[in-house]
Write a protein that binds this ligand. Structure first.
Ligand SMILES: Cc1cc2nc3c(=O)[nH]c(=O)nc-3n(C[C@H](O)[C@H](O)[C@H](O)COP(=O)(O)OP(=O)(O)OC[C@H]3O[C@@H](n4cnc5c(N)ncnc54)[C@H](O)[C@@H]3O)c2cc1C
Length: 509
């Protein structure tokens, strides 16, 4: 049987008839956080720039934005060791990713974000360190496996302000940077889709875009920055490059169809290589309540056979990775009536800040059907549909390990072990919600796109989730907010450098 080639393996005939042709210094493809920051940074450095976006507006989701050792960190007296953070992120990738990129990120993302802290504060927003969500206040004291720094920044609309509010805080930054870029003369062309890159004499010189009037050619004197995001919405690409992502419960990315890997496909057609590493999908066990299993605290987890099967320390991607590879793609968290004191012991800083009653939140989740509750383990097993005998022996074994304070089976640190002894008993399924699958073009240390021989392609750069080789295997929450953080960092560095006819390491172009 002959296999049908994938879209990226079928290079189309070049489009040569255009409704219009124009020339500018830099063209950015995609108005997400990376593209908008690149556009603003290049415009601020004096370049003439056009950003094309296939939808009618910019894209922004999420809350946390990392910038290592920013001026906000200084205000909080937080210092993150950039060498250690880089080493940990690199080790999550099993040394497959590009260490130089990661090191640039841990050394220069603070400086990049500082510009936007100023811009946002001038516009009337406040910024704080968000160590209440993914990042936990005291997880930077844990050993290397679980170390998580207090890195995420959160932009907010202060009370009483007339600034419009939205659900996703990162939209404040993207909207403000976009408006600032327009003031500097940058042009955003919405409902305009990049469809082909033009490579002439080895160099990428133009992009062909499509809008309601047909095709247009935009020539770039200095270069083109691909910022089209990852492959989250492209099932064919997920099947090829990140099949585990197809086992998530749902895809929460939006707008739907935004991340079809267009930048990769266009790049491949002109000789660029895809990222060398396995993608690190961002799939979180999203919480229903403050106690959500797996998200905010670490409870005994069992599979559909009622057996313990993984280390339950609530380091997000590990929990969902284990769930999605468990038989039947199902996992349960189990806890007993001492959940409040166990939660408090596991996460004292978080507990201290919680304003709602923990027992009430759990009871509400039981009423709403999110958690199961039973007086005995036998009854709980029946409700869960797992063999009662297995569940009981799993719990007995687990409780012996908790009592000994030494998890010789999976190595969960003592702080995160919580016995399951006194009823009523509770169970909740571990959810796996896909936020994004970063996967991009193979780049060098300057974020310049490379071909299969690792040679940089003149005139072509990639930032944000379209930048390959940064995360690999599992998304590290070493520096929470790093999806956004590296988008801001490389968006700014590449935008500024190109405007100044340089690479980000200062080499003249
Ligand atoms: C619900 C949710 C919560 C999240 N929370 C966080 C968080 O708290 N912290 C964090 O760090 N990350 C978070 N993330 C992930 C983060 O938002 C993404 O990693 C980030 O948006 C990537 O930015 P980007 O600019 O590379 O890509 P995107 O934001 O996806 O932007 C790419 C843009 O390119 C456009 N585009 C694509 N193809 C073309 C084309 N051919 N022509 C023109 N335009 C094109 C798209 O329409 C889109 O506007 C979250 C994601 C989701 C969905």
């Amino acid at each position: 049987m002959e296999l049908k080639p994938h879209r990226w393996q079928q290079t189309p005939e070049p489009i040569t008839e255009f409704a219009s042709e124009r020339t500018t210094d830099i063209v950015v493809l995609g108005a997400g956080i990376a593209g908008v920051i690149a556009t603003h940074s290049a415009a601020e450095a004096g370049a003439e720039i056009i950003c094309v976006e296939k939808f009618g507006s910019f894209t922004a989701h999420g809350t946390d934005i990392c910038g290592v050792n920013s001026k906000v960190h200084e205000r909080y007296s937080i210092h993150i060791d950039p060498i250690k953070a880089a080493r940990l992120i690199y080790s999550w990738s099993q040394q497959q990713s590009n260490y130089a990129l990661i090191r640039t990120y841990t050394e220069r993302s603070g400086e990049a974000l500082n510009r936007y802290v100023d811009l946002m504060e001038e516009a009337g927003y406040t910024v704080k360190i968000n160590d209440e969500m993914t990042a936990r206040t005291d997880w930077d004291t844990l050993d290397d496996r679980y170390q998580m720094f207090r890195s995420p920044h959160l932009f907010e609309v202060p009370e009483g302000s007339s600034l419009p509010t939205t659900t996703w805080n990162s939209a404040y930054l993207v909207r403000t940077a976009l408006a600032a870029a327009e003031k500097l003369g940058a042009r955003f062309l919405f409902n305009t889709e990049a469809v082909q890159l033009v490579r002439e004499g080895g160099r990428v010189t133009a992009v062909i875009v499509k809008d309601g009037e047909g095709f247009h050619r935009i020539n770039a004197r200095k270069g083109i920055i691909v910022a089209t995001g990852g492959i989250t919405d492209n099932e064919e690409m997920l099947e090829c490059f990140c099949p585990i992502a197809l086992r998530a419960d749902r895809n929460d990315n939006f707008p739907k169809g935004g991340n079809m890997g267009d930048g990769l496909v266009m790049g491949k057609w002109i000789g660029a290589a895809f990222s060398r590493v396995y993608p690190a999908p961002v799939i979180h066990p999203v919480s229903f309540t403050v106690l959500a299993p797996g998200f905010n605290s670490s409870w005994l987890m069992v599979n559909r056979d009622g057996r313990r099967f993984c280390n339950e320390t609530a380091y997000e991607p590990c929990i969902t990775n284990a769930r999605m590879n468990a038989p039947g793609n199902v996992a349960w968290a189990i806890w007993d009536s001492h959940f409040e004191e166990n939660f408090k012991r596991q996460e004292p800083a978080k507990y201290a800040r919680i304003t709602e009653s923990v027992p009430e939140a759990v009871e509400r989740a039981v009423q709403e059907g999110d958690y199961l509750k039973a007086d005995t383990l036998e009854e709980l097993a029946e409700k869960m549909g797992v063999p009662a005998g297995n569940l009981i022996s799993t719990v007995e074994r687990y409780n012996r390990l908790v009592e000994a304070g030494d998890d010789t089976d999976f190595g969960v640190p003592e702080r995160f072990l919580s016995a399951v002894k006194d009823g009523p008993f509770y169970a909740g399924t571990i959810s796996a919600w896909m936020l994004s699958v970063p996967y991009g073009l193979h780049v060098d240390a300057n974020s310049q796109v490379c071909d299969d021989d690792d040679e940089p392609i003149e005139g072509l750069f990639a930032v944000g989730n379209a930048q390959g080789d940064f995360f690999a295997n599992a998304y590290p929450v070493t520096l929470p907010g790093s999806n956004h953080g590296r988008s801001v960092c490389f968006g700014r560095l590449v935008g500024q450098a190109l405007a100044n006819d340089q690479l980000i390491d200062g080499t003249p172009l």
